[in-house]
Design a protein around this ligand. Structure first.
Ligand code: FEO
Length: 396
């Protein structure tokens, strides 16, 4: 699979892993992308998860036969990309590893002595023969050592996790030759789940890359982006600025259906007041990965939970913890809860919002036992307050 002349895709698909980082569902699998530049000095960019090394090696050998690899460039050290470093060194003992200062601290920590190495820094170049590569540090996209490698001659950027997405590759690799429609939602989910906390570093990386002519984006996960590269850059730009659409995520936990009834009523009222994009999630059933993606998409979030052991319902606390860990900005929050004898859930949600730092739209709705006309009215008022807040943005 040649991306441009002498730059080959040698990545692999993982259709067996069910949870990425043991957290995030992979219904369509994931690819670990690696690229081989067949120049005077043969160069490999990143490796793959070590479980796929045999196939990875076969792909490399199908291109270069018995010739050695001169350089292994490590853009990112997370083990889904660095896991095969030692195996590559075993098969290519004279290989020189190329990375930055932080890369090598991590290689030694994870895999032991590095061997031959070239330490690069911002704007350094590496001559391969016909091609010249240039390096850009893009720390925290997604780890502190992460860098991007740029092929000056054909304007190809090897971007690490930046511009990546979930979803294995179905035969083809290059966007212009495949159906890309399956990847857009998975890009939002990948960004929000994996890179979402690092909006500011992503913006800094985008600023650097803005200066470059880019014909192809070769990330570590998902398709190679050529014809649709501008759309991909735009998605990463909007998400890292915490930009949002007019819409509301209603997320609730419910043991016996009473809190669910409040959620349904709020969602119905939101819709009646003109909000088309309302998504309702039961936090005990929808994997939080998808709820997080929707919170990155939409401006409004309304959460509700019953009181459980004088705390908020645990699955809601788990969701809010994951949201707080992502430092999502510019979101507005409404909340509600229910209880049977002592009310705690709404207080706990309010306390939790000191971590979330979302703008609260109105007082919460707290229901005892079951739905009554006054509670229904309060639920509708909560929905109305959300709509008014969202409309206020449009009037600015
Ligand atoms: Fe796909 Fe941050 O590694």
């Amino acid at each position: 699979m040649e991306i441009v002349s002498n730059i080959h895709y040698v990545g692999v698909n993982d259709r067996t892993k069910t949870l990425f980082e043991s957290l995030w569902p992979l219904p369509n699998g994931v690819s670990y992308n690696s690229y081989l530049i067949d120049d005077e000095r043969v160069t490999l960019i990143d490796t793959v998860d070590s479980n796929f090394f045999e196939l990875f090696l076969k792909k490399i050998q199908s291109i270069i036969g018995d010739r050695p690899i001169d350089y292994l460039i490590i853009n990112h050290m997370e083990p889904d990309h660095s896991g095969s470093i030692n195996l590559i060194k075993k098969f290519y003992p004279n290989i020189t590893i190329v990375g930055n200062k932080k890369t090598f601290e991590m290689i030694e920590g994870f895999y032991g002595p590095v061997g031959e190495k070239v330490v690069v820094a911002e704007n350094n170049t590496l001559e391969l023969g016909k091609r010249t590569l240039k390096f850009f540090m893009i720390p925290m996209v997604h780890w502190p050592e992460t860098m991007a490698t740029y092929d000056i001659d054909d304007a190809v950027i090897f971007s690490g996790d930046a511009f990546g997405c979930f979803g294995a590759l179905n035969g083809g690799v290059i966007d212009s030759k495949i159906d890309t429609s399956i990847y857009w939602d998975e890009m939002v989910r990948y960004y929000s789940n994996i890179v979402g906390k690092y909006g500011s570093p992503v913006q800094k990386a985008l600023d650097k890359l803005k200066e470059l002519k880019i014909n192809a984006i070769c990330s570590t996960h998902g398709p190679v982006w050529t014809t649709e590269r501008c759309k991909v850059i735009d998605i990463y730009d909007r998400m890292s600025r915490y930009d949002s659409e007019k819409g509301v995520v209603v997320a609730y936990g419910s043991m016996y259906g009473n809190t669910a009834e409040m959620a349904e009523l709020i969602a119905q009222e939101l819709n009646e007041l003109g909000i088309k994009k309302v998504v309702v999630h039961d936090v005990s059933r929808t994997p939080h990965s998808y709820i997080i993606a929707d919170v990155f998409r939409y401006k409004g979030i309304i959460v509700g939970a019953p009181t459980y052991n004088n705390q908020m319902f645990p699955d809601m606390e788990a969701l809010l913890s994951k949201l707080a860990a992502r430092d999502i900005k510019n979101r507005v929050l409404g909340f509600f809860g229910s209880h049977s004898w002592a009310s705690a859930a709404v207080k706990r949600i309010e306390e939790f919002n000191t971590k979330l730092k979302f703008e609260v739209i109105s007082a919460p709705v707290d229901m005892k036992h079951s739905m009554k006309p006054d509670v229904a009215q309060h639920c509708k008022e909560l929905a109305r307050a959300m709509v008014e807040r969202l409309d206020a943005d449009l009037k600015k």
